[in-house]
Design a protein around this ligand. Sequence first.
Ligand code: MG
Length: 386
Amino acid sequence: MTELATLSAYASTAANSLGRRFNEPPPEHRSEFQRDRDRIVHSAAFRRLEYKTQVFVNHEGDMFRTRLTHSIEVAQIARSVARILGVNEVLAETIALAHDLGHTPFGHAGQDALNQCMRDHGGFEHNLQSLRIVDQLEEKYAEFDGLNLTFETREGILKHCSADNARQLGELGERFLKKQQPGLEAQITNIADEIAYNNHDIDDGLRAGLIDIEQLCEIQLFREQHETVMATYPSLQRRRAIHEIIRRMINRQVSDLIEATRERLAATAPRSRNDILNQPDPLADFSKPMQAMNRELKRFLRNHLYRHYRVHRMTSKARSIIRALFDSFLDDPLLLPPEAQRKAAEPEAETGISGRARAVADYIAGMTDRYAIQEYERIFTPAKLT
Ligand code: MG
């Protein structure tokens, strides 16, 4: 119930859903995807997003994005696009709110370090970890482990997957082996994620003084909006001008995504969700010129922000913390708090050291930036014994 009658024939709906892993009675006052969204919002992993970061370490400053505000920005963009394209706005929002649940502390540096630590034990991948959280790790419901979400939400969370991992995931992994696409809601959310982080990284990078406006004028997407804003409001105060430019960049990218996706939908004329899945490429994407401008923007951020020596120092420190915590816990699980010890015992009994390693990775991945730093201090700083 409560799904819009105005949805297109290729939208994901409760009626064409592949359902949940454990059968449950349908919700009384919500749609199935609303129930998924609400379960995510009430999860422990969702709350921890507040103290996890993407580029800047959490304690660097309160003005920067966290993974929580990032996820909300992604949800905002994904909802707008899904709604105007006639697909399921609630599902797009749900996927957006869940898409980063599996991220480690310290952003990509943390993910890379943990993946390195886990290389003899099946690796670590944040997408798979997001799925692991909603499928297994949340301990909230009497009847099942995890959140028992619908197939379509889980499909949207699992953006990438190796063939090896796909084979172990059954139905959910099939599309990677068959080279199929996910539903349009998942495709939209994927691009909304890019739009959100590229633009807010510019904003945060400017605020941190790591990049400047003159440098940014090298890239077309920024330069165009900068020229318009400066011509219209020549004496605008700097912070407001930055916000004006960035909101216009987001709007430009979102509009392009909507128009280009509409054109592809018109050209392929899908009649069902299955028609969307069977396309050789995603239908939700930028136009070719915007793809090129977006690549230019990403290249700029990689060279000038993510590799900036101050960011690099943070990421290097983050790597050392993750590596040191992992090695200590794997070597001596008695260092783990009792709850984490309990969670390590069962997988260790089943698969030995790799089972223990997986439990340690789950524990570390669940940490916030500041908790990881505290744990590091508790274990390695002699003055901190508790
Ligand atoms: Mg993201």
